[in-house]
Design a protein around this ligand. Structure first.
Ligand code: NAD
Ligand code: DAU
Length: 333
């Protein structure tokens, strides 16, 4: 099989390509990535000689056609993935999620691609006070990030319905693990703790997230790509639900710091209080989460401790400006 994987220089896409090539060394992988601040060639370093890399955007028809020609399947990870940046009004969310997805779908149809998989998120369902979202829960996104992701999902369903495109959607809960850009709660907290800097907790810290080890999500996507029924949605909820404050406390304990580094800061506007996602349908295909939160968090902390070559350049680049805008203070040296 020859796969086009978009957004594969990011956190989850790069993990997926490694796992897919490990499972099927004879597959060919073409990558199309715009290399935004979150896209990093070094995420693909271990498999650089196994992939064909195209630098380009999914909203660029020429770039998409050039990368997709000859591919049997498309897996679309390309996204602006950070909720806070979408709330700050950054451009790119609608362009990538709506226009980019449209260009991918139309090109896939024009080229007769056999299979299309859209990587999506539990955030399209909105917040749930009790119980768990299933694939038939209504879409009720809250942020510009999740609203544009939901729009992308609806476009995928429309192309499956109207044109008979063989498409599937895989919605994951909060991923964590190595190579996650340190704007997200876990890598930001780990690096701040290692620098004895404050750990910013939005609001009261009682919001709940459903944590999913990134390799477990990548394996689920690989399975749905091959075994999922055309036109269907598959939710991939992680095995552990935790309040943010407990995640942060655990990170402090794992890095040998105490709770005095915790600082409660202004809440995220429109903050979703709780996510909870079922995994029954993907489990029926044979998937099972392999890593629980405390084990995965330990591995994540170890990875950040051992890979300053990866995060050092990020912390000395544009990230400093983002951090000052978001948290109103300078990043610790
Ligand atoms: P990320 O921000 O780490 O990576 C995004 C990648 O997409 C980067 O390599 C970036 O350069 C690339 N990209 C962005 N815009 C592009 C464009 N217009 N054209 C081509 N490439 C572009 O994101 P991630 O956390 O790895 O998320 C990957 C996907 O998984 C996204 O679709 C996201 O919505 C979804 N998802 C993420 C999570 C999570 O917890 N991180 C959970 C569920 C679903
Ligand atoms: O649920 C899946 C989603 O998970 C993905 O679709 C998104 O791409 C991904 O970014 C993630 O979104 P969240 O908004 O849940 O992740 P984030 O790490 O930004 O925040 C996790 C929780 O921690 C959330 O309740 C906000 C809170 N938070 C976050 C940051 C960055 C803090 O309290 N302090 C912080 O500094």
């Amino acid at each position: 099989m020859k796969l086009l994987v978009t957004g594969a220089a990011g956190f989850i896409g790069s993990t997926f390509v490694r796992i897919a090539l490990e499972a099927r060394p004879d597959d060919e992988v073409v990558v199309l990535d715009k290399l935004t601040y979150a896209g990093r060639r070094e995420n693909l370093a271990e498999i650089e000689d196994r992939i064909e890399f195209h630098h380009g955007a999914i909203e660029d028809r020429g770039a998409v056609r050039g990368a997709m020609e000859g591919c049997d399947a498309v897996v679309n990870f390309a996204a602006e993935s950070h909720v806070d940046r979408s709330i700050a009004g950054e451009e790119g969310f609608a362009i990538t999620h709506v226009i980019g997805t449209t260009v991918l779908l139309e090109t896939a149809r024009a080229l007769g691609v056999e299979r299309y998989l859209q990587v999506s998120t539990d955030e399209v369902y909105g917040s749930i006070a009790e119980g768990t979202f299933t694939e038939s829960s209504p879409l009720d996104p809250s942020s510009p990030y999740s609203a544009t992701k939901a729009a992308g999902d609806l476009l995928v369903s429309a192309h499956a319905h109207t044109y008979g495109l063989d498409a599937v959607i895989c919605r994951g809960s909060n991923n964590y693990g190595p190579r996650q850009y340190p704007e997200k709660l876990i890598p930001l907290s780990v690096l701040n703790a290692l620098h004895d800097d404050f750990l910013p907790v939005y609001g009261d810290g009682r919001q709940v997230r459903n944590w999913l080890w990134v390799e477990d999500f990548a394996r689920a996507i690989d399975l749905v790509l091959r075994e999922g029924r055309r036109g269907e949605v598959y939710n991939v909820g992680g095995p552990d639900e935790l309040e943010n404050i407990d995640v942060v406390r655990r990170i402090l304990a794992s890095t040998g710091r105490d709770d005095s580094l915790i600082e409660y800061v202004r809440d995220r506007p429109g903050h979703d209080v709780r996510y909870s996602l079922s995994a029954d349908k993907v489990r029926a295909l044979g998937w099972e989460a392999q890593v629980h939160f405390y084990e995965g968090l330990g591995r994540t902390v170890d990875w950040y401790r051992e890979n300053e070559w990866w995060w050092g350049p990020i912390r000395s680049g544009d990230y400093r400006e983002y951090y000052e805008r978001q948290y109103g203070r300078a990043l610790a040296e």
